[in-house]
Design a protein around this ligand. Structure first.
Ligand code: PEP
Length: 255
């Protein structure tokens, strides 16, 4: 039976006070309930501990949206993997398209960050996905293959269980436009096949591959029902505790 990961990315929303309130609402819903799947919130760095303390009576997890590729020292404004581990994070998102686009993170840097996460024994959620012009030119698989290979070639197959891939077509992030279930399934199948080519069948079969891009309660069931969709990376809808809980519930009902 597959285990879904329902991951919320709050982006640059919700400071400690607001984040605590949202986490409290989620904790009320999930306190004392054992989840079959995994559910995770990735708040801004400064909000991690406020969320974490609300989640202590639940099986909800806390993660981060980014990490430095350096360990410690004179890197003003950066946050290291050991700091995130110390703060109780289980997962770290790396290579979100907003970081690739707005902060110039290339695939080599994303792979280096993923390696830091894995070496610290946390899970890296590696985001890949094409822009609209690539999709229009039918180049989406080439784009995703290159992004994926950078990570698969930096990390060894023995660490496959510490990698989660999030397929996030850039044209579907925060736009209200969602990939059709067929488009999502087809790319997830492609990603799994690539993982199999590089790391073998066991790693590919057990790899969690999430879909991200305007997932919400109204479309989650159809997307999560696809054979190769193992969860969601959810931006906008994760900021509303009721919507996020509904998606967690949908995943629970499907497993
Ligand atoms: C994201 O930020 O990763 C994302 C998928 O955002 P949204 O759900 O708002 O499209």
């Amino acid at each position: 039976m597959r285990k879904y990961l329902i991951a919320g990315n709050w982006k640059m929303n919700a400071g400690p006070a607001e984040g605590k309130q949202k986490a409290e609402e989620l904790a009320k819903t999930w306190s004392g309930k054992n989840l079959t799947n995994e559910a995770l919130i990735c708040p801004p760095f400064v909000t991690i501990s406020a969320v974490q303390s609300q989640f202590s009576s639940t099986s909800l997890l806390t993660g981060a949206q980014n990490v430095s590729d350096q360990d410690e020292g004179a890197y003003t404004g950066e946050v290291s993997i050991n700091m995130l581990k110390d703060a109780g994070c289980s997962h770290v998102i790396v290579g979100h398209s907003e970081r690739r686009e707005m902060y110039g993170e290339d695939s080599a840097l994303v792979a280096a960050k993923a390696k830091k996460v894995i070496d610290a024994n946390l899970k890296a959620i590696v985001c890949v996905g094409e822009k609209l012009e690539s999709r229009k030119a039918n180049e989406q698989e080439n784009v995703v293959r290159k992004q994926l290979d950078a990570v698969l070639e930096t990390i060894s197959a023995g660490d496959a269980d510490k990698i989660v891939i999030a397929y996030e077509p850039v044209w579907a992030i925060g736009t209200g436009e969602t990939a059709t279930p067929d488009q999502a399934q087809s790319m997830h199948q492609f990603i799994r096949a690539r993982v199999e080519e590089k790391w073998g069948k066991d790693a590919a079969d057990s790899m969690q591959i999430l879909y991200g891009g305007s997932m919400k309660p109204g479309n989650a069931e159809e997307l999560l029902s696809q054979p190769d969709v193992d969860g969601g990376l959810i931006g906008g809808a994760s900021l509303e505790p009721d919507s996020f809980s509904e998606i967690i519930e949908i995943a629970e009902n499907l497993s």
